[in-house]
Structures are given as structure tokens and as C-alpha cells.
Design a protein around this ligand. Structure first.
Ligand code: URA
Length: 243
């Protein structure tokens, strides 16, 4: 959906710089619109008509990507220490609307994360109505007792400090300390708190899937990301999504 916008506003919202920078680039002949030097910061342009220093604009119609969150990176813009946003081009951090992660992973959790500037997509992906499952690979401190699968699947498990039971979740056992857990909701520290509720402790945690999209199939190394359109993403997560 292309929309004509003021040249200076478009470039500022894409994170290239301030409107005054755009005026300087126009003076220096660094911006082309439809093959001709731009003349005014106020001229109305379509994003695909513009070249800045000879380059097309970077994702002018929205930015969505999948990312392999490393351990120890925080899903926040403000905190101290390593932030997930440190892994992305600096210009992306100046974009409006801003990028945000679809839900969060704890600092000590690695794995698949979606980042987008599309508020509607973000809402769709987190809405319980869409039934998008999340799968976590878990290493436990102590061996399973044997009843965890039934307790997680019962729809009756109550987390400490909560009253509403968790939705039924599926436990896949690889061995007595290695499991996968498939959740259909996202509560604060949910996987860690579910195992705490059955007397265990999570040692390592990684999100391996969102819907049917598998981190392994993406071949993304920790800290790497891959851009895609909202339609591509939805069809990878929910395979029968119409595009
Ligand atoms: N459950 C957790 O405990 N932590 C996460 O980061 C995600 C799910």
C-alpha cells in the first residue's frame, strides 16, 4: 500500500536522519525522485520513486523479521547491558512506527522471536483467538517424576500467585531431563513457573517454534535475523494462511 508523503517526513520516519539532514542532502544533490534531483523537502513522493545516495529506501512499507535471540540479550530498549536491538542496524531504531518484539523472551531464554513495526500483525500474533502455539526446548535440573505430562495437560495447573489455571499444554519427553513444552498462551515466565509448580527447575530454555515455524529450519545463528513480509511470515507460522 504505497502512500505519497512529504520527502523529509518519509526519510525521517525511516530513521535516515532529521528533517534538517534531508534539507542538506537535497542541497547536495544526494536525493533523486523519479530519476531527477529532489527539489524540496516538502515534495510529495512515493517511497519507490526515491533514491538516497543512489540506493533504494530500506523497507519503506513496513519492517518485519524473525530473529534468533541470543542468551543474555534483553527484549527492551531501555535497560543496561546487551539488548536485542543492538543486533539490528542503528537506522532501524530511529524508525516510526517503532519496532517491537512480538511478546518477549527472558534474558536467560534464547530462541525464535518476531520483531515488527506492524501493530496489527503484532496484535494478531499475540491474540489467543489465532491459536498460535509456542514450543520451548527445556533442560531440567532434576529428572521428571512421570506425572508432569498429565498435570500440564490437565488444564488445572495453577501457577504461584495466580488463580486461573493454565490452558492445557503438551509435554514431549526426549529423556528424563530434556523435554519440549508446547504452550497455547503466554504468561510471565510461564515455562519456568510451570516446572516450579511441579517441583522442578529449568536450567536452560530456548523457544524452538512459533506455530509450525521452526528455528532450526530458519538456519539463523544466534543474533541473526531475516526480513520477510507479514504474509510470508503468517504462511510460515500457520501453513494454510491465504496470501
Ligand atoms: N517461559 C519462560 O519462562 N520464559 C520465557 O522467556 C518464555 C516462556
Amino acid at each position: 500500500m504505497l502512500k505519497a508523503e512529504r520527502l523529509d517526513k518519509m526519510l525521517a520516519n525511516l530513521g535516515y536522519g532529521l528533517r534538517k539532514d534531508v534539507r542538506g542532502w537535497i542541497r547536495d544533490g544526494l536525493i533523486e525522485v523519479n530519476g531527477k534531483a529532489a527539489t524540496s523537502p516538502a515534495q510529495k513522493v512515493l517511497a519507490d520513486q526515491v533514491l538516497l545516495m543512489g540506493d533504494k529506501l530500506d523497507h519503506p512499507n513496513g519492517l518485519t523479521f524473525i530473529y534468533h535471540k541470543p542468551l543474555d540479550a534483553v527484549c527492551s530498549r531501555k535497560e543496561d547491558g546487551r539488548l536485542i536491538y543492538d543486533d539490528f542496524p542503528e537506522r532501524w531504531l530511529g524508525r516510526k512506527p517503532p519496532l517491537s518484539s512480538v511478546g518477549r523472551l527472558d534474558k536467560e531464554t534464547s530462541g525464535l522471536l518476531i520483531i515488527t513495526d506492524d501493530g496489527q500483525l503484532n496484535h494478531q500474533l499475540t491474540s489467543p483467538k489465532k491459536h498460535i502455539s509456542k514450543t520451548y526446548a527445556v533442560t531440567l535440573a532434576r529428572p521428571l517424576h512421570g506425572d508432569e505430562g498429565d498435570r500440564f495437560g490437565s488444564g488445572k495447573l495453577i501457577l504461584e500467585g495466580e488463580e486461573k489455571p493454565c490452558l492445557p499444554a503438551e509435554l514431549i519427553i526426549h529423556d528424563d531431563k530434556h523435554v519440549s513444552l508446547i504452550l497455547h498462551e503466554g504468561r510471565y515466565h510461564q515455562v519456568r513457573r510451570m516446572f516450579a509448580a511441579v517441583g522442578n527447575h529449568v536450567e536452560t530454555l530456548s523457544r524452538s517454534h512459533i506455530g509450525v515455524l521452526s528455528l532450526q529450519d530458519t538456519a539463523l545463528a544466534e543474533g541473526q535475523y531475516q526480513t520477510l513480509t507479514a504474509e510470508q511470515l503468517m504462511s510460515m507460522i500457520i501453513p494454510d494462511t491465504k496470501t
